[in-house]
Design a protein around this ligand. Structure first.
Ligand code: T1G
Length: 653
């Protein structure tokens, strides 16, 4: 098989070109090809060498499909040492996203040029890793300690312009990158520019206190994660040790991260997220319907957030409400959200105004006659939803996709309210819908394949992480939340307090403890959903007596100022002895002897409740694969990404 790396002389410049789609990852054959090419360049007529890539991007990193397998030579650090040791001046030519090992390869070159549209960065920390091929040692020698710590611990890419400002890129070029890079190399030779090896550079002046300060700031920002602290230690080694010794420190710290359960979990999610967009049995080139305009029914919190998700992706939205003042209220929610994003620096004034302008409203369904898709986002009343879908069936053009944002209802029953069930699908957004990335795409019995593939592709366009779910009560995430919530209530009766349960789960890594989640969502939501069920469906009264008593006492959660906690005007939660009395009374009613319960028991029982339901969801074919369930819980329910998701975590135990 021919090597993905080619090498040819262009005048006095040897051009090494990598062509390893889709992102020129540094697989073993690429590393071998680069080594062979840089070796050949040492003894040919070249006076300089350019390293460039075909396709959409410069090398985007080590090949993460090789992780966890025995490391094969040439090892990346050794290869990069060979490149840096080259007797011929080496120029890296960057386009697309030079990330991780890709950017480390560029830093092993003596000079770097890039298109203005290029980005560079070290996303390793998002995989629970750190740059393991000299990135923590070479970056500080060009950019200094402070900029390096920010770049490597954040994992966020920076533009070529920003990289140039801090000394990581030497020249921004335009036009054809290969032409510009060869010209840049020829210019450097003509000017007699010396070879510049990072290992010979000393780290620019810095204040030694920066390392302790940074560790302190990370304690909050990256709670419980190992890699960020190790990155600080590796950069500290670069700043205080000779290059080779620093490289040895980096290697040890990298291997510790690579072998950690945290990195295994984070790498699992990296692939699981991409795997989730694949639909078993559906070929990748299933035709898609165009979605250039969207209608949203309902201007409440969800409807507003959904409308923004589409507007933010440049898709015009027509919001439908039942009256002018309801519509104005809906549009003002959107106004407020955009103003908030601008204030927080998330969006520029212009961008926010452009997105806002894409949202118009009407109280007349005929405004939806030409839209390509409608998302219904009214409250959870099955009859109202069926009525709305019958209206949409009458008004919308043939081929329009009719989606419901329901979080529980039977999508098949809603589809049956139309004459076109094949066009009906569930798109379950998570509140706040313009921020939460998870989107459960509910495949009805009759949902057409092209509708499904259209919505999965559209999810990527509106920057959501989509997971396909079959039809059942609560789909994947909310269905698993019920046994989780039931177990919480049993633990309360058996002796744990709300604050103990929340503290145990947040220490374990959950973004928010269950009782705080219930207070945030509103205890009345579960209460009325349960009241809508037939008596025999209500389940074990021990699993809802406490929350029902709180609701009946007017304690609906944050929105009413008290629920499992009482809240001050800043919505800060405080333990409330009234709740303890309610719990004790319920325990007495059921004759439960309360006891000391350990944090470990709380964590074990709550995670087991999630996993057991996840296994049923898999057995019933509601979820396509267990990694999809992990993606749902990471992106929709604040499950810690460093644990890889409930199913992955259970497998690891
Ligand atoms: N290795 C292997 N495959 C990769 C890959 C990688 N690094 N990055 C992407 N892919 C695959 C991905 O699975 C998908 O495959 C396809 O490429 C398109 O990806 C030693 C140890 C580059 C910004 O973490 O951030 O270097 O589904 O859908 O949205 O210090 O991919 O098509 O079969 O994401 O346009 C560091 C991870 C590795 C970069 C492109 N590098 N990748 O985004 O496409 S660790 C990363 C990304 C490292 C060194 C350390 C993104 C992207 P398929 P995609 P995209």
């Amino acid at each position: 098989m021919s090597s993905p790396v080619s090498y040819e002389l262009q005048g006095k410049v040897g051009v090494i070109s990598v062509d390893n789609p889709p992102v020129n990852a540094l697989s073993q054959v690429v590393r071998q090809g680069l080594l062979d090419a840089i070796t050949a360049a040492q003894s040919d007529a070249s006076e300089a060498v350019v390293i460039i890539c075909e396709g959409r991007t410069f090398i985007a990193g080590a090949d993460i499909t090789e992780f966890g397998k025995p490391l094969q030579s040439p090892w990346l650090p050794e290869l990069l040492d060979e490149i840096e040791a080259s007797s011929k001046l080496v120029v890296a030519a960057i386009h697309g996203t030079a990330l991780g090992g890709g950017f480390e390869t560029a830093l092993a070159a003596h000079y770097r040029c890039a298109l203005a549209s290029a980005k560079v960065g070290f996303p390793e920390v998002k995989l629970g890793l750190l740059p393991g091929a000299g990135g923590t040692q070479r970056t500080p020698r060009f950019a200094g300690v402070g900029a390096s710590l920010e770049l490597i611990t954040s994992g966020a890419p920076i533009t070529a312009g920003q990289a140039k400002q801090i000394g990581l890129i030497d020249k921004i070029v335009d036009g054809n990158l290969r032409t510009a890079a060869v010209a840049f190399a020829a210019e450097l030779i003509a000017d007699g520019t010396p070879i510049r090896r990072s290992r010979d550079q000393s780290v620019p002046e810095f204040d030694h206190s920066i390392f302790t300060d940074y560790r302190a700031s990370l304690a909050k920002r990256a709670r419980g994660q190992v890699a960020p602290g190790h990155i600080v230690s590796a950069v500290e080694a670069a700043a205080t040790l000779p290059f080779e010794e620093g490289m040895a420190v980096e290697r040890d710290l990298f291997m510790e991260c690579m072998n950690s359960p945290q990195s295994a979990g984070m790498r699992h999610i990296f692939f699981a997220e991409r795997q989730a967009s694949r639909i078993e049995g559906l070929s990748k080139d299933t035709p898609r319907r165009p979605v250039e305009s969207v209608g949203v029914i309902g201007g409440g919190t969800m409807g507003g957030g959904i409308a923004m998700s589409f507007a933010n992706a440049g898709i015009p939205v027509t919001m439908i409400e039942i009256s002018d003042e309801a519509l104005q209220r809906g549009l003002s929610i959107i106004e407020r959200n955009y103003a908030g994003s601008v204030k927080r620096g998330k969006l520029s004034e212009e961008k926010a105004a452009a997105c806002r302008a894409l949202v118009t409203g009407s109280t007349d369904y005929s405004a939806l006659a030409d839209v390509d898709m409608v998302v219904e986002a009214v409250f959870e009343d099955p009859d109202l939803k069926k009525k709305i879908f019958a209206q949409l069936d009458a008004v919308c053009k043939p081929g329009a996709i009719l989606a419901t944002n329901t979080s529980y209802q039977d999508v098949d029953a809603i589809a049956a309210a139309t004459g076109r069930p094949e066009d009906v699908v569930g798109t379950h957004f998570f509140s706040p819908a313009h921020i939460m990335k998870l989107l459960e795409v509910v495949r009805g019995e009759k949902t057409a394949d092209d509708v499904l593939s259209t919505v999965m592709a559209l999810a990527k366009k509106i920057r959501k992480v989509a997971v396909v779910s079959g039809v059942c009560y609560g789909f994947i995430g909310n269905r698993m939340l019920r046994p989780y919530g039931n177990t919480v209530q049993l633990l309360l009766l058996e002796g744990a307090s709300p604050q103990q349960i929340d503290a145990a789960m947040e220490t374990w890594g959950m973004a928010m403890g269950p009782l705080r989640v219930f207070d945030l969502a509103g205890l009345d939501i579960g209460y009325s959903a349960r009241k809508a069920l037939a008596d025999d469906e209500e389940g074990d009264p021990r699993t809802y007596r406490v929350s029902d008593s709180l609701v009946e006492a007017g304690r609906l959660g944050q929105k009413s100022g008290s629920g499992f906690y009482s809240y001050d005007e800043k919505r800060q939660p405080a333990a409330d002895p009234v709740v303890d009395e309610v719990i004790e009374a319920a325990a007495a009613e059921f004759g439960i002897e309360r006891r000391e319960i350990s944090d470990d028991e709380i964590v074990d029982r709550l995670i087991a409740a999630l996993v057991d339901e996840g296994r049923k969801i898999l057995d019933e074919g509601i979820a396509q694969r267990s990694s999809d369930i992990d993606v749902v819980y990471i992106y929709g329910y604040g499950f810690p990404v460093s644990r890889g998701g409930p199913m992955f975590y259970a497998d690891q135990q």
